[in-house]
Design a protein around this ligand. Structure first.
Ligand code: CDP
Length: 806
């Protein structure tokens, strides 16, 4: 059957457009070992870089002796801060408006900090020479506790900021203080708390963790001294922004810099920022005239690249006796490590933490966040999260549980009576956001029914009876979560990174034979953009997704964009893709009308063609139209069929979800078993259900790791205690729970195709859900709050502290 006689349904199925569970086209390469990652790049004469790193968390660097290292065969250069200083490159700007040492300049502020960069003809020689660099340190007092860092006599960490009482985000009130960020109405919230029937108060800690992507960070810098062009391959989540930053700090003209993000083995926020390795590789390549590769190992990745979370959130929540929430107060102490290298839009030093009113209609709220320097690695990235939304969701979902305990209420019912109602959207939150759309009650009922909530509670009550009667040593916890995300930064008027507005882009070229290439300003790190963005276009322009190549990550060919993180690709670049597709369609309509010898208004789009209105037998397929664009001289129209769209979103999108976890906990051993995990997600219009399901499974597994064991821990001396995968928990298939996924569809009213982001949602939603399950199991024994991660020892300790071990 050809496309002339197929039914509209068959033609639509042929396109594999929106809503189709199309298999990921990337996987043909990945499953056959044909991926091309940074470490796969091998260039003629390539040199290798490796770092000398500090064993101390806080120390003065008295001297660095590189003479023995230079004698190691194959060593070409050893760079120190002194070498970079004349170039002004011994410090670099951070995304948060701070500055960070590229190589230790007089002191070190965290264990694993970069002190010297060895460049050699092979990686082994570089590693050998690292051992030969002699660094004399003078230890200084270490501070790893952000509360102690703010004590009057705490050691001064950032001597370079001495006397500066103003930072990038306003006044600093202490030598280790970075900023205070306030949102909402403090006085009104305190008045509500003072007059409330009930106030629940708790300190909610979201521990330090790390994105730990499968592929660590790295780059290959190749300076061509003949053409004057620098090509920089790297694990970059925002290649265009990197190009601009490299141009600004190196002085190289931006058109002479080509940044290429090849295949990236996961990012999760870890690959957004700039690292010393990038700067040192570029300098080394410029100096030697040879390509220089730097790829960190796992320990380096865990010790020195961007961490996530580390928020101490002190909360108070006020309600009536009946459980209607009247106010929310939160003060957060944010541990940012030795430099403020958080990756947030410029105006949001604590990201979108002010989404912490969650899914609830809370009339009055106040949030203050204090950023603090400590002797830990810098970072503060959105680990599969849209800029501190994970912290916000964990905070409010724990506070709801704590309030339910105080009120003696069922936590599902407490949520139900406080949800923002469907008719309240667009909803203005007390902390400044306009939620675009939502239907929380429908999602909640669907979730509770799907798991048989009432029956589960009865089973739990019976188990408790049996436990008290000595018939079992296992408790049941039922974890509930209803989260609201905020994803898709821009809009440009609110959101920029280093002054670059957070729009995104898509450029489409239709070839004469009716196939196409689309290039975007984003970059997939496993999310399947090549699959799903082709589906958006297939539906918009009527060309089969299989005939559309999607390309990202090369700044010489892709239009400027702000990259992929914070689930922004679909809300921003996805919208740009649809809008560029619509431009193609508008021109195609004119071409079709000319070919059919009717007025433009007399043809209409029908799946993969334009038909004459009222005469469906008269049509031109997109394939025919594409050919005509290149072989006909059409009066008033330029040849060709191309379009570009730069999309500045009018608002962010607000995906949401209802998650429920049923967990069995062995009180004597602290061992847990996730019996059921139900995840209902609403990401608006769904582009590819199978890709979405994959995103949920991956994100929920990362959430499981974070909630149940994953932690970046330090001892009091600032020694890193989780620098290997023996210590840092990454679940294998053996530990990973089974997930039951579900959905509702509440389109975004402002997105061209109604889609919201989804990649981050399962991490945002699952962490409080797992954690709430642990807490819920011990609720009858008086537990209100305990800190994550809930590893076996910590669960055992909860039981022990509650006197359950007899
Ligand atoms: O920015 P990032 O790609 O990490 O996140 P995203 O925009 O949430 O998209 C993750 C993947 O899910 C992409 O392949 C999207 O096209 C797909 N997706 C979808 O199929 N339908 C949606 N409504 C949202 C995302």
């Amino acid at each position: 059957m050809n496309d002339q006689v197929m039914s509209p349904e068959q033609r639509a199925a042929n396109l594999k457009g929106m809503g189709c569970a199309r298999k990921r086209v990337e996987d043909v390469r990945f499953t056959q070992g044909k991926g091309r990652y940074v470490d796969d790049i091998k260039l003629d004469g390539m040199l290798f870089g490796d770092f000398v790193r500090s064993p101390y968390a806080h120390a003065r660097v008295v001297s660095v002796d590189t003479s023995e290292a230079m004698k190691v065969p194959g060593v070409v250069a050893v760079l120190t801060a002194q070498d970079l200083a004349p170039l002004g490159l011994h410090w670099m700007p951070t995304l948060a408006g701070d500055r960070q040492m590229v190589l230790a300049d007089g002191k070190v502020l965290f264990q694993g900090q970069e002190v010297a960069f060895v460049v050699a003809s092979d990686r082994y020689a570089a590693a050998d020479a690292v051992e030969k660099v002699v660094v004399e340190y003078e230890e200084l007092p270490v501070v790893v506790d952000p509360f102690k860092a703010l004590e009057p006599d705490a050691p001064v960490l950032r001597e370079d900021l001495e006397g500066k009482m103003t930072g990038a985000h306003g006044p600093r009130r202490h030598h280790n203080h970075i900023f205070t960020w306030e949102q909402g109405d403090k006085d009104a919230t305190e008045a509500v708390l003072a007059g409330a029937d009930v106030v629940a108060e708790e300190m909610v800690y979201y521990h330090r963790t790390h994105p730990s992507p499968l592929e660590t960070c790295g780059c290959v810098a190749a300076m061509d001294k003949v053409t004057g062009k620098l090509t920089l391959y790297g694990t970059f989540q925002a290649p265009h922004a990197i190009r601009t930053v490299v141009s600004l700090i190196s002085g190289l003209a931006e058109h002479n810099i080509r940044v290429i993000s090849p295949d990236i083995g996961g990012g999760f926020g870890n690959k957004v920022g700039a690292y010393s390795g990038y700067v040192c590789s570029v300098v080394a390549s410029i100096v030697t005239g040879k390509p220089v590769k730097w790829v960190e190992d796992r320990m380096e990745n865990l010790m020195s690249t961007a961490f996530a979370r580390d928020y101490w959130m002190h909360g108070k929540i006020a309600a009536t006796k009946e459980g209607k929430i009247t106010g929310l107060w939160c003060h957060t102490t944010a541990d940012h490590g030795g430099f403020d290298a958080c990756a947030d839009p410029t105006k949001f030093p604590a990201g979108f933490m002010n989404i912490c009113t969650g899914s609830y209609d809370i009339p009055t709220a106040y949030l203050a966040v204090d950023g603090v320097y400590t002797n830990k690695a810098p970072g503060g990235v959105a680990y599969r999260c849209s800029f501190r939304v994970t912290e916000a969701a964990y905070f409010i979902e724990r506070m709801i549980e704590v309030l339910a305990i105080k009120l003696g209420m069922d936590a599902a019912e407490l949520r139900r009576i406080n949800f923002i109602r469907k008719d309240q959207f667009p909803y203005q939150s007390a902390l400044g956001w306009e939620y675009d759309s939502g239907d929380y009650h429908t999602a909640w009922e669907k979730a509770l029914n799907a798991v048989g909530y009432d029956a589960l509670r009865k089973e739990q009550a019976q188990r408790l009876e049996d436990f008290k009667a000595g018939k079992t040593r296992k408790l049941i916890g039922i974890g509930l979560t209803h989260f609201t995300e905020i994803v898709g930064a821009g809009p440009v008027k609110n959101c920029d990174i280093l002054g670059l507005g957070m729009f995104d882009s898509c450029e489409i070229r239709i070839h004469p034979t009716g196939s196409a290439i689309a290039r975007l300003g984003t970059i997939s790190q496993g999310q399947g953009h090549a699959t799903t963005f082709a589906q958006i276009l297939a539906s918009e322009i009527g060309i089969p997704a299989d005939n559309i190549t999607v390309e990202e990550g090369d700044t010489d060919t892709a239009p400027y964009g702000l990259g992929t993180y914070g689930s922004r690709s679909t809300p921003v670049a996805g919208a740009a893709t649809a809008m560029a597709g619509r431009k193609i369609r508008a021109k195609a309509q004119m071409i079709a009308a000319w070919l059919l010898e009717v007025h433009d208004d007399d043809v209409e789009f029908d799946v993969d063609r334009f038909v004459v209105k009222g005469a469906p037998e008269r049509f031109k397929t997109m394939k025919e139209i594409a050919f005509a664009a290149y072989n006909q001289a059409i009066p008033g129209l330029e040849p060709g069929l191309e379009a570009v769209s730069y999309y500045d979103p009018p608002n962010m999108t607000y995906p949401f979800g209802a998650y429920i976890c049923v967990m069995e906990i062995d009180v004597d051993t602290g061992v847990h078993e996730v019996r059921q995990f139900y995840a209902l997600d609403d990401c608006g219009t769904r582009i590819n259900p199978m890709v979405i399901e994959g995103q949920i499974h991956g994100g929920a597994t990362e959430g499981y790791a974070i909630a149940m064991g994953q932690e970046i821990a330090y001892d009091d001396m600032g020694n890193h205690k989780s620098a290997t995968l023996m210590d840092f928990f990454i679940p294998t298939s053996w530990e990973t729970p089974t997930y039951q996924t579900d959905f509702t569809v509440t389109p975004s009213p402002h997105h061209p195709i109604g889609a919201k982001g989804v990649g981050e949602s399962p991490n945002v939603g699952s962490v409080p859900c797992f954690s709430n399950a642990v807490h819920d199991a011990f609720r009858p024994f008086g537990l209100t709050q305990s800190h994550m991660p809930h590893d076996q020892w910590r669960i055992w300790k909860i039981a022990n502290d509650l006197g359950l071990h007899g």
